[in-house]
Design a protein around this ligand. Structure first.
Ligand code: FES
Length: 587
């Protein structure tokens, strides 16, 4: 391909647009009907812009403007941009949980990329599940792809204090429930909480995944943390558009980037930023798409080496905007470099080590600490197993009360979120600070879709007594902005015949994070006896997508992907000529 992008030999799109037969005529006509001249696209790489813009997602609502910058970059580099929408998953408005639909969006993305004449794709995502859904789809389609995340929102300020959207909300809500805050003050907080577009500004799931994408090498260095409203976000978008055209010419595919080394780097970034536990599930799913043998134990192995370097909420003090001003993810990775796989190829066409050679160390050690003097020591996120979680569970130890990391106490069991709502603030609830709150029935099948209900609220009477954290155990997920000594993602979940389904209030549960254990102190024969009498819950769906989800979703330790979506499709360019050219259906 020449410098202006001309010369489309070998491009997938050429199989649609070149030639004098009826299919080529029809395909060209389709674009000319949109007002494009043949010269706009003929011989040029077609760059799909996979846009999760939606007015249903405040976090992604600036993506049309970002897409314009991407298009400008594509055209500058000689490519031909075509934007297409995807399903959009809005964390705040979509119920019961966006996680129920991540795989559906991934299927939409995968099939759109494969079925259309796209030589490379720019994936634009921001709000939590839109990022992994696009990555999963692109990894399976395996067409050259690069991701642009939307950037963190402008931090909210409440009474002179900068606040995170989630982390502080949980605290203020506890204050309201404990009578330390009035309803009027809470309204004032609500009005102040969403000052701009962009994703949550602390190291919640969206910011975590943006950093992880940079760790994977699937975006340009520095793209993760630039604020949504900062001009540099748009400059990055422009650069990503230009790079997408080069990717098409180089035929650099996700399968060359998403290797075991890339996953190790991404996990190191996740841990060094004190990132969301949700990223564990998404990386496991992505690895499954890529044929990479990643399991929970690999997270724990890397967690033993990687300390917390980013002093960002909820594990630290600052917001992602300060991380950006301190050098962003490149400066963070520069510090992490001794622990990284430097040879991992990235979407720049260079290795991670080559990318980092151009990066200066952080200018602000109060935000990005050194390996020698980290914010917190290693093991900020750990994997525990034991008789209560034979398939594993995840604890974000860096965001928990350290005194609770070794704990033994009686279980107080809740069956589903409605049970929590009905009883948690009952003054007669038999609970004390040593109790272990167990929430089950909220896993992939039980939730359904594994909602972020795992951080069960502290009972009101304990809050009033000053209790701020308790050991909690759940098959649910937890918001990346939440905190607490919560053993999440317990596998197998409570909707399956496993130990979580057998727990009863009063049983003793022991958590030992240093020993990586989570145990139910009930004899195995008694658990078996209880399970013999156990009846699985009624399925929540009997038709449609929900029914497919319940039948084919995997457990959390396998990423909650559909079993039939693991792996990749055949290279689209290998489709028989007749499949791509011979159809004129619908005309
Ligand atoms: Fe969309 Fe947090 S709600 S990123």
């Amino acid at each position: 391909m020449s410098e202006d992008g001309a010369g489309a030999e070998g491009l997938k799109s050429a199989r649609w647009f070149e030639g004098d037969d009826v299919p080529a005529f029809v395909h060209r006509t389709a674009l000319r009907a949109e007002g494009f001249a043949t010269a706009d696209f003929e011989g040029r790489p077609v760059i799909g812009i996979c846009n999760s813009w939606s007015e249903l997602i405040n976090c992604n609502v600036h993506f049309r403007a970002l897409s314009n910058s991407v298009k400008r970059g594509v055209m500058q580099a000689g490519g031909f941009p075509l934007e297409f929408p995807t399903m959009a998953l809005g964390e705040q408005l979509m119920k019961p949980t966006t996680m129920l639909y991540r795989n559906l969006m991934a299927m939409d993305v995968e099939e759109s990329i494969r079925a259309y004449p796209l030589d490379a794709v720019v994936l634009i995502a921001g709000c939590d599940k839109t990022v992994p859904a696009q990555l999963l789809g692109a990894a399976s389609a395996d067409v050259p792809a690069i991701m642009l995340t939307g950037g963190p929102a402008t931090p909210a300020v409440f009474r002179g204090k900068e606040i995170g959207v989630g982390t502080d909300l949980w605290e203020y809500t506890d204050d309201l429930r404990a009578g330390r805050m009035s309803r009027e003050e809470y309204d004032e907080l609500e009005a102040a909480s969403g000052p701009s577009v962009g994703h949550c500004p602390e190291m919640g799931t969206a910011s975590t995944l943006a950093a992880v994408v940079e760790g994977l090498g699937m975006t340009l260095p520095g793209a993760a943390a630039a604020p949504a409203v900062d001009a540099r976000r748009y400059q990055v978008a422009d650069a990503i558009g230009r790079r997408a055209v080069e990717l098409a010419g180089e035929a650099l595919r996700p399968s060359q980037i998403l290797t075991p080394a890339a996953f190790d780097n991404a996990i190191a970034v996740l841990l060094s930023v004190g990132g969301s536990t949700n990223a564990v599930i998404h990386l496991l799913a992505l690895a499954g798409r890529c044929g990479v043998a990643l399991d929970l134990d690999r997270f724990d192995e890397i967690a033993r080496q990687v300390p917390l370097l980013a002093d960002v909420r909820p594990s630290g003090k600052h917001l992602v905007e300060q991380l950006f001003h301190a050098g962003g993810v490149p400066a963070l990775m520069k510090e992490l470099e001794p622990l990284l796989e430097r040879e991992a190829l990235t979407v720049t066409g260079k290795s991670m080590g080559e990318n980092l050679a151009e990066v200066r160390p952080s200018s602000d050690r109060s935000v990005i600490a050194t390996l020698a003097e980290p914010v917190k020591p290693a093991e900020g996120m750990v994997v525990v197993r034991g008789s209560l979680a034979p398939g594993g569970a995840v604890i974000k130890a860096s965001a928990a009360d350290p005194d609770l990391l070794v704990h033994r106490g009686p279980a107080l069991v809740f069956d589903g979120i409605d049970d929590v709502i009905a009883r948690i603030d009952d003054p007669d609830l038999e609970v004390d600070a040593d109790s272990v709150l167990v929430l089950r029935g909220c896993g992939p099948i039980g939730g359904p879709g594994m909602p972020e209900w795992g951080a069960v609220p502290i009972p009101q009477k304990l809050l009033a007594a000053g209790v701020r954290d308790m050991v909690r155990v759940s098959d649910a997920r937890m918001s990346g902005t939440a905190y607490g000594a919560v053993a999440l993602h317990v596998s197998p979940e409570g909707a399956l015949a496993g130990p979580l389904a057998a727990v009863r209030t009063g049983d003793v549960i022991s958590l030992d994070v240093p020993a990586r254990r989570l145990d139910l102190e009930v004899p195995a024969e008694e658990i078996e006896r209880r399970l013999a009498d156990w009846t699985p819950p009624e399925p929540r769906f009997d038709r449609g997508y929900g029914s497919l989800f319940l039948e084919r979703v995997t457990q959390a330790d396998e990423g909650c992907d559909f079993d039939f979506l693991r792996g990749r499709s055949a290279d689209p360019a290998s489709e028989p000529y007749g499949v791509l050219r011979g159809m004129i259906g619908g005309w």
